[in-house]
Design a protein around this ligand. Sequence first.
Ligand SMILES: Cc1cc2nc3c(=O)[nH]c(=O)nc-3n(C[C@H](O)[C@H](O)[C@H](O)COP(=O)(O)OP(=O)(O)OC[C@H]3O[C@@H](n4cnc5c(N)ncnc54)[C@H](O)[C@@H]3O)c2cc1C
Length: 309
Amino acid sequence: MMSEIKYDLMILGAGPAGITAALYGQRLGLKTIVFGDIPGGSSYMIEHLANFPGLIEGTSGTQFGTMAFQQAQKEGANFTLTRLESLSHNDNRFVGVDVDGKESKALSAIVATGRVPKRLAVSNPNMGGVHFCSICDGPLYRGKNATLAVVGSDNTAAQHALTLARTADKVLLICRSDTLKMDAVHKDQIRQQKNITLMTNTEVSGYDGQKYVETIAVTAKEKGQQDLAVDGIFLAIGWRPNISALNLEVQKTAEGYLETNEKLMTSVPGLFAAGDIRDTDMWQVLTACADGARAAKYAAEYLEKLTHP
Ligand SMILES: Cc1cc2nc3c(=O)[nH]c(=O)nc-3n(C[C@H](O)[C@H](O)[C@H](O)COP(=O)(O)OP(=O)(O)OC[C@H]3O[C@@H](n4cnc5c(N)ncnc54)[C@H](O)[C@@H]3O)c2cc1C
């Protein structure tokens, strides 16, 4: 291995995908450095981590993230606890510069920087009772005769509304325009579901409540503004992939997610992607961890070929 390159593997992001990649990377004998300011990544936002086999009900995302972080640390992974400002690629090496201007070099890299949900432009966007994942947080309202609002008009919004309609009393599907961007199948399912009320040409302009959302202000064309009582609100107005640190040419989808082959390698040799940042069809802790494990395995395979051609 070239002398000035200190690491075999550089990982961007310390969420479930990045931590798992670090754990597997270390166990595969790779000298690994991880950049990421929040151990556990987005999972710290999860009140009750759902859909992870073996975890008893009530485990929070923070507990999960902390345990996974400690486990990878114990294996010897080097967590910087800072963000990477830029990642570039030159002559088979990856150069990372952190927010303090410190440079690190590695022969391979895994991007596991995740994505962030878009929020509504209201005065209190982070209020309790505002959710982004119906299969994760929908069960919080089970058995509570809840009225839940879903904001959005695409397939994700449709899936949220249909998932929530199974257990809520009433679901208000609120769409800004009069055109639904969802598949015909979803449109039919929404129309047939008796407890879903479709509100088109309607915008949510505010939330109100003590700690949790109790009412939302909606403005409908021709009807003006009104307040609606709700127990929770699920936003499906899009996500933003965290790709600002990538200072290299890499193939992405129109929305900015990283495209990968079956071995999770991007269009840049030696650069892998794992978890929510990848062009994938499931955004869960479990799938992010699985991606992290596989990306580390394929990074090791890549390094073996690079160093022993
Ligand atoms: C409110 C909420 C509830 C959820 N509930 C559940 C649930 O119950 N069950 C479930 O399975 N899933 C749930 N999810 C989804 C789950 O959190 C994600 O799928 C998972 O965290 C993705 O892991 P990841 O490692 O790919 O990305 P992330 O967890 O997003 O981690 C990526 C990390 O990288 C950091 N980063 C970004 N740029 C850089 C950079 N330049 N340098 C260093 N670090 C960087 C980010 O800040 C972030 O901390 C929920 C998500 C949300 C938002």
